[in-house]
Design a protein around this ligand. Structure first.
Ligand SMILES: *[C@@H]1O[C@H](CO)[C@@H](O)[C@H](O)[C@H]1NC(C)=O
Ligand SMILES: *[C@@H]1O[C@H](CO)[C@@H](O)[C@H](O)[C@H]1NC(C)=O
Length: 235
């Protein structure tokens, strides 16, 4: 009995050790992802947008691989590969929107300008997970995750507890975690002496498969859980 227990235990230890080695090999330098989404009307309240947002919705700011102990950015690696065909450009533009272009990006235009937002996001952030997600897989992952949870629905469905346009931090956090089963991160900015909800962050594990709790609670950027923040809905 004791012998088999001992065997089981050493087997478990071995398995655990292998798992840890494996996890390190997978994770490389980064340990988790932030999927950062703008609320369009907030983004355009803070700085005048050049393009009218097509519809008021959450759009992608970026998919940011990060490390718990040290912020990661500009990790080197490959340069941005521009999209060449109009359909792919339109598809990405629909959820990863550059509010400061004067017209929609075009396959015929200058990609260094019209795809600059995507290029910057890749260079600054995407390169930090390139050991696991090459450029194509990174952009695919960003798209998949962007469509996994519909934040616009979470905020605006009839049963949402989020009181617009001045919800409490706590109610926004709870409404989101009811769908994701994990704690989001809220990012606010000062706007006319109030805090405007600018971005919602969902955190994902290293393979981008599972939502995890974000480590920074919403109140770091948005005030206490009980405080009210502004979500513009005048569109
Ligand atoms: C990220 O975290 C891992 C594990 O803690 C560590 O080994 C690695 O050096 C970190 N990378 C950076 C750039 O801090
Ligand atoms: C997030 O944290 C809460 C406790 O604060 C815990 O109950 C829950 O299981 C965690 N969720 C995940 C996905 O780890």
């Amino acid at each position: 009995m004791a012998g088999s227990n001992c065997l089981t235990r050493s087997y478990l230890t071995l398995t655990l050790a292998l798992l840890i080695i494996d996890a390190q090999k997978i994770s490389g330098q980064y340990e988790f992802f932030r999927l950062v989404s703008f609320w369009g009307p907030s983004r355009c309240s803070l700085n005048p947008c050049k393009r009218t947002p097509p519809v008021p919705k959450f759009t992608l700011h970026g998919l940011w691989p990060d490390n718990y102990t040290q912020p990661l950015y500009n990790c080197g690696g490959t340069r941005y590969i521009p999209l060449k065909d109009q359909r792919s450009i339109n598809a990405r533009d629909n959820y990863w929107y550059d509010y400061f272009l004067s017209k929609p990006p075009s396959a015929k235009g200058n990609w260094r300008i019209e795809q600059n937002f995507w290029a910057m996001e890749w260079n600054r952030h995407g390169t930090c997970s390139e050991n696991v997600f090459n450029q194509q897989n990174y952009f695919n992952l960003a798209k998949t995750l962007m469509f996994t949870y519909d934040l616009t629905y979470i905020f605006f469905n009839a049963r949402s507890p989020i009181q617009l346009p001045w919800p409490r931090v706590r109610d926004v956090m709870l409404a989101i975690s009811k769908f994701t089963q994990a704690r989001p991160e809220l990012r606010c900015r000062y706007y006319n002496n109030n805090k405007i909800l600018m971005e919602v962050v969902l955190c994902y594990d290293v393979l981008g498969k599972r939502v995890i709790n974000c480590t920074r609670p919403g109140n770091v950027f948005c005030g206490r859980r009980s405080s009210r923040i502004y979500l513009p809905t005048n569109f």
